[in-house]
Design a protein around this ligand. Sequence first.
Ligand SMILES: *Cc1c(COP(=O)(O)O)cnc(C)c1O
Length: 448
Amino acid sequence: MLLPSTQAKTLKERDQQAIWHPFTPLPDADQVISLTKAEGVYLYTSDGRKILDAISSWWVNLHGHSHPHIAEAVYKQATTLEHVIFAGFTHEPAVQLAERLLDTLPSNQDKIFYSDNGSTAVEVALKMAFQYWYNQGISKKKVIALNGSYHGDTFGAMSVGDRSPFTAPFNPYLFEVAFVDFPACQKQDCCGGNSGETSVCPSVNEVIHSFTALAESGEVAAFIYEPLIQGASGMRMYAPEILDTMLSVARKHNILCIADEVMTGFGRTGRLFASEYCRELPDIMCLSKGLTGGTMALGVTSCTAEVMQPYHSDDLMKTFFHGHSFTANPLACAAANASLDLLLTEDCQANMRRIAAKHEKFMEQITAHPAVEAMRCKGVILAIEVKTGTETSYFNEVRNSLYTYFMERNLLLRPLGNVVYILPPYVITNDELDTIYAAIYELLEKVR
Ligand SMILES: *Cc1c(COP(=O)(O)O)cnc(C)c1O
């Protein structure tokens, strides 16, 4: 029974008493906003505000919130088979999703392994790769990752991610990884930032050189990378030609290549998967965020037939001993199937092209603006580095004031340091995009 005093409390007050939020300093916990519903690109607050979700709720939402087609699929599934242990059992939603993913993923992907989220998809990928060598009795202890990378918040995923203030308390517990520099030119006046011509940029050549030196050691088990765009480190982009060069070096030296497409997957870069821009295909791929259209938690790790080869054995000890209670949850798989229905329509594909074209046009408009430090666009992702005059990081005032500035205008943009980026659901209209551009332009005018 609820006591009268409990009933009188607001949702926010009850939240503060009971909940610990992600990525939120405790003194800021009172800034949490109570929502009553979400529909399309809008979040509706309990005090009557309507906030435009310009970042797809941390990059997960594809088709707008509370989409009826996905809701219907989840409801139907919930009344049929809500969940079952996935060791020794199977069901239509999981098989159908696996078949459809294998139809859309790069052609060399052959099997689907399910888990719960992006971090677990990465954990599975790493364990799959390490045991691939272990099962063959081959000792390879090194892993290569890129500086600035983010692969999730669990320990394996943190280990292959950049060492940053976020990981500082855990650094002693993370396994060793060989990091190479981010393979794009950092100088404006050299080759235009992320030129595909590796040969023209000395700093990119240097990265390729150290990558090759590591690869030649023969001790590298796997190379893990976010293809074309590093999301969390500020939507930093690098050219497919450069990645291709690294992948072919890795291939030559028998290094398993793991494409973490948790953010880039499902159309964000203008193609279904960022790996499609490369000639060299990954051995293992990680998917999550957009997988269910942003409706339910689900992770996928796909791999080639070659990766599975050393697991085909009568020796019980060569089994891949990994699984989660909610592996291949039927509701999540149903949501993912429904999201794929929408994603593969010509309507949705046209929306992605429309958004990309609008972004390009806005970039042209502000290209010479004195408050623009740098900007970049790939597919539906547009990132603008705002010139702030001070050293910027995720933690400083600039980032917070940018966030507040947009929230005051009912726009959910969550800048990464001084990088303001748009990563919208594909159903966003031109007018809604113009509203966001106008707010960004106004901001640039203010800080000039
Ligand atoms: C978000 C993200 C992850 C982690 O996914 P979670 O579902 O948050 O655990 C991993 N890799 C990349 C590239 C991501 O953007």
